[in-house]
Design a protein. Structure first.
Ligand code: HEM
Ligand code: HEM
Length: 211
């Protein structure tokens, strides 16, 4: 039997799917009514917004205190590899480009763009909660000036639209056949030793945990 190596712990997998579920419900309840499908969307929208907020807070605490930030940091070596890859593709250099650590440059970029977009959509969404009735308070549309609300709505709507594109690109790449082993690792946790050696530089990503 081939060794199974741990890529995503259970906590990270639960976070990813809770966050993904919340984002998909938010996009559905946010945009389907605009497309003409009329249903009472507000409650489902704000409740999944709160679930997304909790998931993101959980992840940030975990990333800052229990994981290694360098895993997701864009390093000089990533940029050097990108230059090598471009030169190799254009036949300017015969040198085979280096392999990534745990995450490729593309994954790190989409992580950072999604972080920015999700934090903005969550922050503006939380402010907008003041304007609806919840079990805890009654709506108060007068907390901020009209022009401030306008700004908050524009940021919320624009970042939500960016999310549609980002999520489409992300799902497209995760179901491509050569990336399916990443999808398995987000479901079951592990990749094989062969996949590890084929796709990663063991110097840049040291795995010790077997499943
Ligand atoms: C300041 C905010 C954030 C920081 C510092 C941060 C940091 C990190 C780090 C260091 C990792 C690598 C963990 C590892 O594999 O060892 C990671 C992974 C990940 N991040 Fe973030 N992140 C942030 C915000 C977000 C947000 C807003 C999202 C949601 C869109 C997100 C989604 C993910 C996912 C799905 C993974 C892969 C799962 C895993 O941890 O293995 N991150 N993040
Ligand atoms: C059905 C929907 C989704 C699928 C199939 C999916 C699939 C995956 C997979 C397979 C990974 C792990 C890649 C790895 O091991 O390196 C991953 C990571 C990640 N996912 Fe998702 N995901 C989905 C939805 C989402 C949503 C809605 C968001 C946020 C808005 C998101 C944000 C992330 C981030 C930031 C990472 C870490 C960076 C990366 O590895 O690309 N995912 N996702």
């Amino acid at each position: 039997m081939e060794d199974k190596l741990l890529r995503h712990t259970l906590a990270d997998r639960v976070f990813h799917w809770a966050m993904a579920g919340a984002v998909l419900v938010l996009l559905g309840t946010g945009f389907l009514p605009i497309l003409g499908l009329d249903f009472p969307w507000v409650t489902a929208h704000w409740i999944s917004g709160l679930i997304l907020t909790a998931a993101v807070l959980f992840h940030i605490v975990r990333a800052l205190f229990f994981q290694d930030l360098k895993t997701m940091w864009i390093s000089l070596e990533d940029l050097r590899n990108l230059i090598e890859l471009t030169r190799w593709n254009l036949h300017l250099s015969p040198a085979i480009p280096g392999k990534p650590g745990k995450y490729s440059l593309a994954q790190k970029l989409i992580h950072h763009v999604m972080t920015l977009v999700v934090l903005l959509v969550v922050a503006t969404g939380l402010l907008m909660l003041v304007k609806i009735d919840t079990p805890w308070w009654e709506r108060n549309p007068y907390l901020l000036e009209e022009s401030s609300w306008g700004f908050i709505y524009v940021v919320h709507d624009l970042t939500a639209m960016c999310l549609i594109t980002l999520v489409m690109v992300h799902i497209y790449f995760s179901v491509r056949s050569e990336k399916l082993f990443f999808l398995r690792s987000m479901l079951l946790g592990w990749i094989t030793r062969k996949e590890y050696l084929e796709h990663h530089d063991p110097r840049r990503w040291k795995i010790s945990d077997k499943v």
